[in-house]
Design a protein around this ligand. Structure first.
Ligand code: IMP
Ligand code: MG
Length: 182
């Protein structure tokens, strides 16, 4: 798998050190509040597991599953909720966890959907945020790392469902992305 990468961006120890910092920030921000974490599957899985174990607060955990890609590396803009029931978020403080903020379509749609269920507050935490002009304006309250506008995989992030189990994050070789989209 590693030969498909152009370069490694963040080693596991770098990711975990950053998670220590974000977890400390979240712990101090949510102390004494009723926190519900909503993780967006499947990309946030590793991130969620490593982050939440660093947050020593009582919290509830729920999941949302969405599809916006249809197997292509460019987002389509249409966000499909793959789940019937929405998590019970009324009057709770919601922290949404996602792997990466790219065009903003996914997180904007999720935010809207959750807002309609009247939570007390909503914040967004992403592991990665691409520096680019977004199709939809979304602000993340907690960001692991800002990256250039390149296609990255590993540590939960996939390309056509592959590479999620790499323990680090790397840039996928451009010809692989190009070949799959032709
Ligand atoms: P957005 O709706 O364009 O912001 O895209 C968000 C979703 O697209 C993420 O949750 C990822 O599943 C996927 N995505 C966007 N950029 C990348 C990338 O560089 N690598 C892997 N997945 C990505
Ligand atoms: Mg994906």
């Amino acid at each position: 798998m590693q030969e498909d990468l152009e370069r490694i961006l963040f080693h596991e120890r770098t990711i975990l050190a950053r998670l220590d910092e974000i977890a400390a920030q979240i712990t101090s921000d949510y102390r004494g509040r009723e926190l519900t974490v909503i993780a967006v599957l499947s990309g946030s899985l590793m991130f969620m597991a490593d982050l939440l174990r660093r947050i020593p607060l009582p919290l509830k955990l729920d999941f949302l599953s969405v599809a916006s890609y249809h197997g292509r590396p460019e987002t389509s803009g249409e966000v499909i909720f793959k789940q019937v029931a929405l998590p019970d978020v009324k009057d709770r403080h919601i922290l949404i966890l996602d792997d990466i903020l790219d065009s903003g379509h996914t997180l904007a749609a999720i935010r809207e959907k959750l807002e309609s269920a009247q939570p007390r507050s909503i914040r967004v935490c992403v592991l990665l945020s691409k520096k680019k002009t977004r199709a939809r304006e979304v602000d993340a309250d907690y960001i692991g790392f800002e990256i250039a506008d390149e296609f990255v995989v590993g540590y939960g992030l996939d390309f056509m469902e592959d590479y999620r189990n790499l323990p680090f994050i790397g840039v996928l070789r451009k010809e692989l992305v190009a070949r799959a989209t032709r």
